[in-house]
Design a protein around this ligand. Structure first.
Ligand code: GLN
Length: 510
């Protein structure tokens, strides 16, 4: 299987037909695919390349590279990632960025001095796909506070802990049609939705009430960290203190909610508000925020680490709320014109999600009258004019570009991805597929399962992992062979021990 897969790929890189490919050509392919050469998921690739003497790699060296790089590396250099023509896509994005750069309308938020001091002209756009392809422009490494963009995160955390039914006993699901901090509740005395201040204060009140304050804060920090690909968020203490000191409206909202009996039993207003202010004062960069958006786009699994942070149901609920309520009192207009779930914040960031494709963070501090980043809205509007990312674009004929691979193709590929990953011992890829709830018992047309392939190829670590995942131990392929039969036929001693040592179910020896 590997031979036939690798040959055309090797040939395609071997432009001179000399049986060697240049290291530079391999790295260029990787970079063009949007995967950085220092991507944390490809630790082996660079060291294998370095260990090969000279500028060229032989067929054997290339095979070694493929087995170290695993499926991600192979998919990247063969154009199998969610946006295959990533360089072209990035060029289009660059053009939009350049057009929007001249837009200097709007005014930086100044309700607290710390926000007012942020240089108005900052502008960063970061994109991360569900395969972890990245493209960044401008000020993507400057830290800014989450402010309102913490609201989807708090909502997801509350949903994970209590479930949809309980959370929505305390917060509604309708757009308010009013400003984010309007002193108003819905007709049954609840916050209108989780994307406005009252709703986010409510989510805060629901989160890990069993923990002491410091541990609750650490919990919040750990969620933001996991969503951003294991990158530690910062905390802006000056913003936190300022938020607290100028929080009359948020206090009023909390008291109003308590008066109407909206909170769960036993809520303490000061600590609840402090928790919300802490979330608002958490610092990220546009780069990290694009990973957070991509984790939402990827149904709750962080593309960079493969860790499932939230369930698919939680993400579905959150994206629905972002779609209808995420852009303050421009939400209806934004859903109509741009048609993607997004959440904006007074710090000037907008996180936007193209489900199953990519996450975006646009950061530019000048805001319009609704509190949305002017360049952010402009950029996303133009992006959707160029690409068919609007939720309902599939219904109309248009000249817009579609940069993604066909989705069904991706899904049916999961079986082959799992089988292939098992055959080359790519345990990380198997873990990623498990995080996506792919059933590792799924067999191909010939009844071959990942365990068959891992056993036949002597991939003991992968066999061990599959057994731990409790896959069926003795599935029969089309010819009636079990994985143990394969291991015996191919004299894979370590695997034979693993499979034979496992006394679960009948054994069949070839
Ligand atoms: N900290 C701000 C507040 O609570 C966040 C609001 C926002 O970003 N819209 O008022």
């Amino acid at each position: 299987m590997k031979q036939t897969d690798v040959n055309p790929l090797f040939r395609s890189l071997d432009e001179q037909g000399e049986g060697m490919v240049s290291k530079a050509a391999i790295l260029a392919r990787l970079t063009q695919s949007g995967i950085a050469t220092n991507d944390s998921r490809l630790p082996g690739v660079l060291s294998v390349l370095e260990s090969i003497k000279g500028n060229k790699v032989s067929k054997e060296g290339f095979d070694a590279l493929l087995s170290y790089g695993g499926t991600l590396f192979e998919r990247a250099i063969t154009g199998q990632l969610v946006i295959p023509e990533f360089t072209q896509f990035s060029q289009e994005v660059q053009q939009i960025f350049n057009t929007v750069l001249d837009n200097r309308e709007g005014k930086v938020a100044d309700y607290i001095p710390q926000l007012g001091r942020v240089p108005a002209d900052k502008f960063g756009v970061a994109i991360c796909t569900i395969d972890g392809q990245r493209f960044c422009l401008g000020d993507v490494d400057d830290a800014f506070t989450l402010q309102s963009s913490c609201k989807p995160i708090l909502y997801c955390a509350a949903l994970e802990e209590h479930g949809e039914e309980k959370v929505h006993r305390h917060v509604g699901r309708e757009p308010s049609g009013l400003s984010f901090n309007e002193l108003t509740l819905n007709r049954i005395g609840l916050p209108h939705n989780p994307m406005i201040n009252a709703g986010a204060i409510m989510s805060s009140s629901l989160m890990r009430r069993d923990l002491p304050t410091a541990d609750r804060l650490e919990y919040l920090n750990s969620i933001v960290k996991a969503l951003s690909g294991d990158r530690q968020p910062g905390f802006n203490n000056a913003v936190f203190q300022s938020e607290r000191e100028t929080a009359d409206r948020n206090f009023a909202l909390a008291h109003h909610m308590r008066e109407r009996g909206a909170f769960p039993e036993g809520i303490e207003i000061n600590s609840t508000l402090d928790y919300y202010f802490a979330a608002c004062s958490t610092e990220v960069t546009a780069n990290n925020m694009s990973t957070i958006s991509a984790t939402l786009a990827n149904g709750g699994v962080c593309p960079q680490t493969g860790q499932r942070v939230f369930t698919k149901e939680t993400i579905k609920n959150c994206l629905s709320m972002m779609y209808s309520c995420g852009m303050y009192d421009y939400s209806g207009e934004f859903a109509f014109k741009v048609g993607i779930p997004a959440k904006s914040s007074v710090s000037g960031v907008i996180m936007a999600v193209i489900p199953n494709v990519l996450g975006i963070a646009v950061w530019s501090p000048r805001l319009d009258a609704c509190g949305n980043s002017v360049r952010g809205v402009d950029f996303l509007t133009k992006l959707v004019e160029r690409f068919c990312f609007h939720n309902y674009d599939s219904l109309v004929e248009s000249k817009k570009l579609d940069p993604r691979r066909v989705r069904n193709e991706r899904e049916s590929n999961l079986i082959y991805q799992a089988i292939y990953a098992a055959s080359i011992g790519d345990v990380n890829e198997l873990k990623r597929l498990v995080a996506h709830e792919h059933d590792l018992n799924s067999a191909d047309y010939d009844g071959r399962t990942p365990l068959h392939l891992a056993a036949a190829e002597g991939q003991a670590e992968a066999v061990g992992y599959l057994l731990k995942q409790k896959v069926q131990h003795n599935p029969l392929d089309r010819w009636g062979f079990t994985p143990l039969d394969d291991a015996i036929r191919h004299k894979q001693q370590a695997v034979i021990q693993l499979l034979d040592g496992d006394k679960d179910g009948p054994k069949k020896v070839a």
